[in-house]
Design a protein around this ligand. Structure first.
Ligand SMILES: CC(C)(COP(=O)(O)OP(=O)(O)OC[C@H]1O[C@@H](n2cnc3c(N)ncnc32)[C@H](O)[C@@H]1OP(=O)(O)O)[C@@H](O)C(=O)NCCC(=O)NCCS
Length: 191
């Protein structure tokens, strides 16, 4: 099991996902509030999780040594809290994309910030990452707050290349991108 651990923080262990996490992911993606800025609210079905979502997450372990999706497990409880990803950014693989999705019970307790800070440090110090980026819907102020708290800087607001969520106005589906280079991170870390 130890080799499956990617990262340990004060309150969490980030470990590899397995097919046995299907129910955990189903539970996470069943909450319309969690899914609000992912699908517009509709949950993912069990079938979609087992046939599409989880195989996609697991495929990262075959393609990359050091990047992928990681289950967040509460150290005190052993509970599945959600996941973080740290992966090559699809629009520019030179950049490393940070992302997160936690169960609502764990929101606003600093967990996304705690793991993100640790991932950024691991990326720059161990993994050879030169720039960390993150994107979210412009309206997702909670996610944007995490990006700001961990030192990422606003880069741009743009139209997401895809249809707006059903029932949403196109102007409510704009995306934002934030970024932090290793040089920027080092200069703030040394202050
Ligand atoms: C985004 C998410 C991971 C944040 O996790 P979290 O553990 O609650 O984040 P943290 O507690 O570390 O930080 C949240 C910050 O947002 C603030 N916040 C809470 N609600 C907010 C709101 N509606 N608007 C703006 N900021 C808000 C909190 O006060 C906190 O900032 P502070 O420390 O300055 O007070 C979590 O809300 C989530 O999983 N959301 C659903 C999935 C999602 O949207 N993921 C991102 C899509 S790209």
């Amino acid at each position: 099991m130890l080799q499956d651990v990617y990262l340990e923080t004060e309150h969490m262990i980030l470990r590899r996902l397995t097919m046995a996490d299907a129910e955990n992911l189903f539970d996470l993606d069943s909450d319309p509030e969690v899914m609000r800025y992912v699908t517009g609210g509709p949950p993912h079905s069990r079938e979609f999780i087992t046939e599409k979502v989880l195989p996609h997450y697991l495929s990262y372990y075959d393609r990359f040594d050091k990047f992928g999706f990681w289950a967040a497990i509460g150290k005190a409880t052993g509970d599945f809290m959600g996941w973080f990803h740290f992966r090559p950014f699809k629009e520019n693989p030179e950049e490393t994309e940070l992302g997160y999705r936690l169960k609502k019970a764990y929101w606003t307790r600093g967990f996304a910030t705690e793991a993100s800070i640790a991932l950024i440090e691991k990326g720059f110090c161990e993994l050879g990452v030169t720039k960390v980026v993150a994107t979210t819907m412009a309206l997702n102020t909670r996610s944007r707050r995490v990006m700001e708290k961990v030192g990422l800087q606003f880069e741009k607001k743009y139209v997401y290349p895809g249809d707006p969520f059903p029932g949403w106005r196109a102007e409510d589906c704009l995306e934002v991108k934030y970024g932090l280079t290793k040089e920027q991170w080092e200069s703030t870390a040394s202050q």
